[in-house]
Design a protein around this ligand. Structure first.
Ligand code: PLP
Length: 380
């Protein structure tokens, strides 16, 4: 037997409380029992999004919520600015293009955050831009973009549409306070659920735009969804079991307290970064690292795929690999969702052993010790 540790930035581990909630006997969704659970869960999501607006629950992965944002807000040929600093920035561009928008891309070097002054310049050069599409946390490069500063630039101008898939529930993204127009996330990250739910909130400005937008939409018609969800139901059959799980996971997060949830993510991330430094390894995003996952650059010449295979097959540890040009060159260790201090120690200790196995000189315990120093802070 090899015990399994899921330490990739989604899907993330699902706590027992959530598993048990999802294992309940199936019920019909047009019933007072479902409505009650659904309404309570939707209320809980507002705190997570930092909004007084409705947070809609969709039966889709996070990409469905991203697509819903595009198809509900814009009209064919409209111009949007996509901040493309990784695979998920690229996804905004692909969705925009698939729906016939004129997509202007602002490409950002992988591992770097977009500079607000560059966005400002673009918005001046293209005053007809209707929307700015960005990631709060670009999971593929483990980088945070400065969403709060970008929101200052879009206030009263183009709609700011934020993919918060590995940010909501990981760090504060207070939608109303910052002036984010649309915020989306998915279930299989900080919400500690299996994949299958997408979430989206729009402010009043964005709701007004949904009335004018001319792109085709049916399953993801957010106006229809809102009408139903305000009545504690959904337009189509909801993912009933996942909604039960959502109710349980939000209860867990409320019990821990959101401030503590954010502090935990930040502490685990700092511990992982300190461990990498102690092992003489560079971070992929040293300047603006995301607290959802840490990208670590592997020693020159090391075969990253072999390392990850060894970790998974012999040690039961699943980290994430690098994508595209980073394939084989980096690993991503996640601390998003149901992850605690001792998962980080498992991760670092396994990394030390796997690096050594693949021929890299490692003084055992150096990374672990550096992480322990920081993790102690959470044990006062
Ligand atoms: C930042 C970000 N955006 C979007 C997605 C896509 O979400 P999904 O795979 O749930 O469709 C992911 C998934 O990892 C992500 O990390």
């Amino acid at each position: 037997m090899i015990k399994q540790y899921l330490l990739a930035p989604g899907p993330t581990p699902v706590p027992d409380e959530v598993v048990r909630a999802m294992a309940q006997t199936m019920i019909h969704h047009r019933t007072p029992q479902f409505s009650e659970v659904f309404a309570e869960a939707r209320e809980g999501l507002k705190a997570l999004f930092g909004t007084k607006n409705d947070v809609l629950v969709l039966a889709s992965s996070g990409t469905g919520a991203m697509e819903a944002a595009v198809s509900n807000l814009f009209s064919p040929g409209e111009k949007v600015l996509v901040i493309n600093g990784g695979k998920f920035g690229e996804r905004w561009q692909q969705i925009g293009q698939a729906f016939g928008l004129q997509v202007t891309q602002l490409k950002v070097e992988w591992g770097k955050a977009v500079k607000p002054e560059v966005v400002e310049k673009h918005l001046k050069v293209y005053p007809d831009i209707q929307g700015v599409l960005i990631q709060a946390s670009e999971t593929s490069t483990t980088t945070l973009h400065p969403v709060q500063e970008i929101a200052e630039l879009t206030r009263g101008g183009p709609l700011l549409v934020v993919d918060g898939v590995t940010a909501v529930g990981v760090l504060p993204v207070p939608m109303d306070e910052w002036g984010i127009d649309v915020l989306v996330t998915g279930s299989q990250k900080a919400l500690m659920l299996p994949p299958g739910l997408g979430f989206i909130a729009l402010n009043e400005r964005a709701w007004a735009r949904t009335e004018k937008a001319k792109l085709p939409r049916f399953y993801f018609d957010l106006r229809l969804e809102r009408k139903n969800q305000l009545k504690k139901t959904t337009a189509f059959t909801p993912a009933v079991s996942l909604v039960f799980g959502l109710h349980a996971s939000l209860e867990m997060m409320q019990k821990e307290g959101l401030e503590r949830v954010y502090a935990r993510h930040e502490r685990l991330a700092r511990a992982t970064r300190a461990a990498a430094a102690a092992l003489g390894l560079k971070l992929l995003a040293p300047e603006n690292p995301s607290p959802a996952a840490t990208g670590i650059v592997l020693p020159e010449g090391m075969d990253g795929e072999k390392l990850l295979d060894y970790l998974r097959e012999r040690m039961g540890i699943t980290f994430a690999e690098g994508q595209d040009q980073l394939k084989g060159k980096i690993i991503r260790i996640a601390h998003v969702g149901y992850i605690g201090a001792f998962d980080v120690l498992v991760a670092i200790s396994a990394l030390e052993m796997a690096l050594k196995k693949l021929g890299h000189p490692v003084a055992f315990g150096r990374g672990v010790g550096a992480a322990q120093e920081i993790l102690m802070e959470g044990l006062d």
